[in-house]
Design a protein around this ligand. Structure first.
Ligand code: SAM
Length: 170
């Protein structure tokens, strides 16, 4: 089970990027996203995507992150540009355990660095929680996210030109 914890979410500024973090989490193999601030709109957006495109992805917002971290029974990875080299740390992570992946927004509190089992950098340049999460999940799942079945009401068939979409409602 892979859960993403999005911290530092500011409802007015981060709604688009946090939505993208949730969409990347869902598409690339995570089972759940938890967002620190309560944001009903993002919850509704992700429910709607899941309802149409399928899968069993879960979303919860408005949580006590200290409690989540304290009670976590598994591995905690914090994605940060200050962390250990990605290629080194990914080999050390015990994949048989539940995984909590923490991504930030602005400055991340020292507590997160302390509590994480692994502070992992995807390169040491600043970029984005969206890209960091996508690259991490691709490696962690060894690309198996590509085989994940969503079985949604809407299914998109790969094509070299145009759009091929099956709508199971019609
Ligand atoms: N100075 C911030 C920090 O503490 O890492 C950068 C904030 S960045 C806009 C937002 C989030 O993107 C970070 O909290 C981290 O999760 C992720 N991120 C950005 N660059 C990263 C990198 N090179 N490696 C891993 N994660 C990164």
């Amino acid at each position: 089970m892979i859960t993403v914890l999005r911290i530092g979410h500011r409802i007015s500024r981060d709604k688009r990027i946090t939505t993208h973090v949730a969409l990347v989490a869902r598409a690339f193999g995570a089972d759940k996203i938890i967002i620190d601030a309560k944001d009903k709109k993002i919850e509704d957006t992700i429910f709607s995507i899941c309802n149409r495109f399928g899968g069993f992805f879960k979303i919860e917002s408005g949580v006590d992150i200290k409690k989540i971290i304290r009670d976590w029974n598994g591995i905690i990875v914090h994605l940060t540009m200050y962390g250990e080299e990605f290629g080194k740390s990914i080999k050390k992570i015990d994949k048989s355990k539940d995984l909590l992946i923490i991504v930030g927004a602005e400055k991340v509190r020292p507590l997160i660095y302390e509590k994480a089992d692994f502070n992992v950098s995807i390169g040491n340049q600043p970029h984005s929680e969206v890209s960091a999460l996508a690259i991490f999940l691709d490696s962690y799942t060894r690309g198996l996210w590509q085989k994940k079945k969503f079985d949604g009401k809407i299914e998109i068939l790969p094509t070299d030109k145009g759009k091929r979409v099956i709508s199971k409602d019609s």
